[in-house]
Design a binder for this molecule. Structure first.
Ligand SMILES: Cc1ncc(COP(=O)(O)O)c(C=O)c1O
Length: 403
């Protein structure tokens, strides 16, 4: 997206605003299909559940991976075929199971013995099951994202997974096994470890025809070739059908968070206080995640002149040479979009673009401290369209009753 288009979007729809470039989504899905021609894609809705994005993915022929009732309903509403939805996640209730079965969800990933107990009691003759395995290795990613770790809550160790699989197979509904090793995976050896954990499990189950390798590809540098080679070797040996559940890879780089500078402060560091922060994009506060931040457009006010807000040290009067934090507007030290950001002189009103923000951005946005969640805009062939309006104060108490 050009800076001119980003400026136009900020003027038209205000800030903070998330912008998603659907042409980039198409390109990312194309990259996946080229790298993994043997696999069926099930987009992980948790990465970004915007309805227009989901509808776009339906049109591209991608399926969905959902984990909660809300995600399941969103996926169904967007038009994903129930047969192409995988219901995963570690917390299945009888209500969720009933709803998924009634909607005709084709595949469920059982995260635990407890999940199988819930599903065993559910009338779901048409549902098939994967058993999620905890492979118990360190996938070398942030500890919050390392779901393959033996200490993580996800999946069951092999012996337990096998015990569940035998019970499921006795009902004739075992589809196969599932590992999601983590997110932001950037080492290709992870795929070898996943295959090594899964392959022996199939020995006793000739009818299990499916394997689900989860999602997790890192951006911006995914180990596509290494993952593809490991999975393809397994497919050649076993002949299984393959599912992948990419989330971040599909939408992260298509997304930009537009935010305007409110104030620039000096001191030990330069603090560029923006109108977006942890309530809009939590990842820097939650994971210390890095997002590129750049200046798109100079603002209308606070330029040049002398005195505390302008003058010799740059347009804001604050040395751009100081180490720079781009902070949010809330009362938390963690409320920031970036630390040690390379930014030229900036002033109030300037427009900043936070990159690689399409995944786990709006999805994790909150109303903390009365924050109003940002607008969402999609761009298709250079045309911008509002697909979710900015929240208004009345949205904050819409669901409440008076005392
Ligand atoms: C089971 C499962 N599948 C897929 C994903 C998507 O991961 P990513 O967005 O890193 O591709 C996740 C993310 O948490 C997950 O838990």
């Amino acid at each position: 997206m050009t800076d001119a288009l980003l400026s136009l979007i900020a003027r038209r729809f205000g800030t903070p605003t998330y912008v998603y470039d659907l042409d980039v989504v198409d390109a990312q899905v194309g990259r996946l299909r080229t790298a993994f021609p043997f696999a069926e894609l099930r987009y992980a809705v948790k990465a970004n559940a915007n309805g227009a994005l989901l509808q776009h993915l339906v049109a591209l022929g991608v399926g969905a991976e959902a984990l909660t009732e809300g995600e399941l309903e969103r996926a169904l509403r967007a038009g994903f075929q129930p047969a192409h939805i995988v219901l995963g996640g570690p917390g299945h209730t009888p209500g969720l199971a009933r709803r998924a079965a009634e909607a005709g969800v084709g595949l469920v990933s059982l995260d635990s013995v407890g999940a199988w107990r819930v599903w065993r009691e559910t009338e779901a003759p048409g549902t098939r099951f994967l058993v999620r395995v905890n492979p118990g290795f360190d996938p070398h990613t942030h500890e919050h994202l390392a779901t393959a770790a033996a200490t993580s809550k996800f999946g069951e160790p092999s012996e337990t997974a096998l015990a569940i699989a035998h019970e499921v197979a006795s009902t004739g509904r075992l589809a196969g096994f599932h590992v999601h090793a983590g997110s932001m995976l950037d080492e290709e050896t992870v795929a070898d470890l996943v295959v090594a954990a899964l392959e022996p499990l199939y020995a006793g189950f000739p009818d299990a025809d499916l394997v689900d390798f989860g999602g997790g590809l890192a951006v911006p540098h995914p180990p596509l070739a290494g993952f593809a080679a490991a999975y393809e070797r397994f497919v050649r040996r076993s002949g299984k059908r393959v599912l992948l559940e990419p989330g971040r890879f599909v939408i992260a780089e298509a997304g930009t968070l537009l935010t305007r500078v409110l104030h620039v402060k000096g001191g030990a560091r330069r603090h560029v206080v923006a109108d977006a922060g942890m309530a809009d994009l939590l990842r820097p506060a939650l994971y210390g995640a890095h997002h590129p931040v750049r200046l798109v457009e100079g603002g209308e006010s606070d330029r040049g002149g002398t005195g505390p807000s302008g003058g010799a040290g740059g347009r804001s009067g604050v040395e751009p040479g100081l180490p720079t934090d781009v902070d949010g507007p809330l009362c938390e030290n963690a409320d920031r979009l970036g630390q040690d950001v390379e930014l030229p002189a900036v002033a109030a009103g300037d427009l900043l673009a936070v990159g690689t923000a399409g995944a786990y951005g709006f999805a994790m946005a909150s109303n903390y401290a009365g924050s109003l969640r940002p607008a969402e805009v999609v761009v298709r062939a250079g045309e911008a369209r509002l697909v979710r309006r900015r929240e208004r104060p009345e949205d904050l108490w819409r669901l409440e009753e008076d005392a």
